[in-house]
Design a protein around this ligand. Sequence first.
Ligand code: GLY
Length: 347
Amino acid sequence: MKILKVKTDTRISEILIGESIDNVQKYLNNRKTIIITDSNLIGHYKQRFPANAPIIEIGLGEKSKTIQTLETIFDKLIEYEADRSTFILAIGGGIVCDVAGFAASVFMRGMPFGFVSGTLLSQVDASVGGKNGVNFRGFKNMLGVFNQPNFVICDTQMLSTLEPREFRSGFAEIIKAGAIKNPSLFEFCEQNAKKALALNAEVLDKMVYDSVEVKAKVVEADEREKGERRLLNFGHTFAHAIEKLTGILHGEAVSIGMVLAARVSENLGMLSSDDSQRITKVLEDYMLPTRPNTDVVELFDAMKQDKKREGSEIHLVLLEDIGKAVTRKIKYTELEKIVHDLRSDFR
Ligand code: GLY
């Protein structure tokens, strides 16, 4: 097991990579604990949850990231007589962690909380970084807080019970971490696709550790996303629109979004064509989609709508090299033209 510490203004959060769900009790310090989870995790792991802790079950998928789900949680917390000293333990993927982290942050002005992160995507991305929240009126993560959990357990053994598609989608964020900040992680991903997909524990632990390290450093430098943290959004401007239009998994949309962002970087003369192709190739090696499954112009309109509060320009994360991301302000009209020119490549 390896421990990474994320130090922010308010807390030191411990990310425990390779720790087992069976040891979670050790981190609860005998506190009264309430679990928030979903039916998938209950189905596979209920016997291994801390004994005697009441369980609040929330619905599956992005559609459950709502104020209504929060209301259900708050009702249950009142029923279980939770107070400010009660520990909230979220066991699940990104949705469970996001919703539970938000509920714990605002109920009675804040309770301590921690995560057992059960999907690859949440181990490398969703449970690390302190952003917790819910969607509102069709806007993603419109309501939320920055608040780091006390601990995050990343048990890579739990990944064996994931649907293969869900498992593979997590590699998009690992490849992203390499692409923006860590060229040797990127190369490691290029060299180890087969082993990683076959759930080789050593390979997965290293990938999760290196990705979390990239994210931890960025979050420590800029917890509230004033500058540096924006780099983590590589591929995400396109991805959010793709997700909205097509409903594919977040990691899959990020995969396509990264290909588009790399192609835009190439088009602007920032990234070599070889490196842009390496991005596409490694994503294909992890069986991730690399072509927009929607018309590019339609995609672009959705993107504009998503970012409508930013005016005529948007901040786009682009690559100068593998391992070197930068933020550029770019006019919609210019981006629209580039994306339009790329269209023929994706037919
Ligand atoms: N909780 C996810 C993040 O902060 O990025």
